[in-house]
Design a protein around this ligand. Structure first.
Ligand SMILES: [Mg+2]
Length: 463
């Protein structure tokens, strides 16, 4: 399958967050595989949206690593998401001891691998072997995570398997997993991959802890810790291993500069602009909100010079959607930066309005794009963004698009066009229903084994 098809498959659907929870939902004990039995685990739930985000982070980590860029942004996101929810206790979903064991090890090894990937400075060391070993390690960890997703999906109660985050996860495993196997073989695959990961971690650690290695004193602390964890992994609980890694990192780690525009100057806070952001318009207009960084362009720095790559198809996409939608770019970037980019990529002014950092709600490390502040009918607004966190307040209006860095064969924008045209031309009352219909159709196509489930999607006339 081509990379294009993969990217479009992951991008051309709209996720809806569903916390699959036996605490928050009313579906207590609906499925013996999932229901918690002990009082200490009764609050366990798993947020499928976080699994989608984590997969994206792990994919992104491989990319930035291969480009010799700082991965600190991805790594901080990884710690943040895994800290804030129960993914670290994913083994609680299962009752069989061997399954729990295997998942516990996989999750600990992921924490070790993610920590290591951010800690060693390969370009300074100039150590090609280590770089290759870490690259293999990250690929294995990503593949392991896809197996975990698959295991979780097979344990979802029937009423959860059709929610759109589950569908997104199905599409991700379908397109990205290298070694597909039946659900009965998943645990064996995870077991053998865990062993491969341990081997890679030990290779990296040995290389850097021998007396002649040019590893900094602080890096060595982390390396010794990872060796200790890997050697004695049976005795570590997930939380204990994480705490140990965190302690070492917090004590010795000096984070390098962040590598994305949205976070480079996240310390610059600007007062929130007054809503509504947009002037009044006709009631039945459709509004398309587009993210900028890693959705339309990718900004990079080369020495003192800043530049950006335009996502393939961007110009054609803007021209086509502007015929049917009021097009708005909504970025968490600063106005000066965004205007500099947009003046270049949109000389014909297909974009009607520009919203910047001052229009985003500061929420933790992110500026959430609250569509209710636009001054538009929410039934007529669609947002396309490469980060689901950005539209978490109106997830039903969102289309998650694959992150664009520098893949010049990427076709994700153009592959969204038929879907966006269909919605606007059929003039449905509520875009959220249309997006749901597309998701349902894609899910049926995936179930049929269709290799391009994002193609040939259609809406009923009265959606
Ligand atoms: Mg973005």
């Amino acid at each position: 399958m081509s990379k294009n098809v993969k990217s479009a498959l992951v991008s051309s659907k709209a996720p809806k967050p569903t916390t699959f929870s036996n605490e928050r939902s009313s579906h207590h004990s609906v499925n013996p595989d999932l229901a918690s039995t002990s009082p200490t685990t009764s609050k366990f739930y798993i947020n499928l949206q976080d699994l989608v985000n984590l997969e994206e982070i792990l994919s992104g980590l491989i990319i930035v690593f291969q480009q010799d860029k700082s991965a600190s942004y991805e790594i901080e996101r990884w710690w943040k998401i895994t800290d804030e929810n129960s993914i670290v206790r994913i083994d609680n979903l299962f009752q069989k001891e061997e399954v729990k064991e295997c998942l516990r090890e996989a999750i600990i090894l992921e924490a070790v691998g993610v920590s290591l990937s951010g800690f060693l400075d390969y370009s300074a060391l100039g150590n090609v072997e280590t770089k290759l070993a870490i690259n293999d390690l990250l690929e294995l960890i990503h593949e392991n995570f896809l197996v975990i997703i698959d295991i979780v999906l097979h344990r979802l109660p029937n009423h959860c398997s059709t929610n759109s985050w589950a569908v997104t996860l199905q599409a991700i495993t379908f397109t990205k997993r290298k070694n597909k196997c039946s659900k009965y073989e998943n645990i064996n695959v995870l077991l053998s991959q865990n062993e491969l990961i341990k081997g890679k971690i030990q290779d990296v650690a040995k290389e850097h802890t021998n007396p002649g290695a040019m590893t900094s004193r602080t890096a060595r602390f982390l390396l010794y810790t990872t060796i200790q964890i890997v050697k004695d992994i049976e005795s570590f609980e997930v939380l204990g291993a994480r705490e140990l890694l965190r302690t070492v990192i917090n004590e010795y780690y000096e984070p390098p500069a962040l590598n994305t525009t949205e976070s480079i100057d996240s310390d610059i806070e600007i007062p929130l602009a007054e809503a509504p952001y947009l002037p009044e318009t006709e009631e039945d207009i459709y509004t398309l909100v587009l993210d900028l960084d890693e959705t339309l362009i990718h900004y990079y720095e080369d020495g003192d010079e800043g530049g950006f790559l335009i996502r393939p198809g961007c110009q054609e996409f803007l021209e086509e959607v502007s015929k049917l939608y009021e097009v708005i770019v909504f970025t968490a970037g600063l106005q000066e930066y965004a205007d500099w980019v947009l003046d270049q990529i949109d000389p014909h002014r297909f974009i009607s309005y520009r919203l910047y950092r001052q229009h985003g709600l500061p929420t933790g490390n992110f500026y959430t794009k609250d569509l209710s502040r636009l001054g538009r009918n929410i039934e007529r607004v669609i947002i396309v963004d490469n980060m689901a966190e950005n539209f978490r307040m109106q997830p039903d209006n969102g289309i998650l698009i694959r992150t664009f860095i520098d893949d010049m064969t990427d076709n994700a924008l153009l592959e969204l066009l038929p879907l966006l045209k269909e919605i606007a031309l059929k003039k449905g009352r509520d875009v959220r229903k249309a997006l749901k219909s597309f998701r349902d159709q894609m899910m049926r196509a995936i179930a049929r084994g269709d290799s391009s489930p994002h193609l040939n999607l259609h809406l009923e006339d009265d959606f």
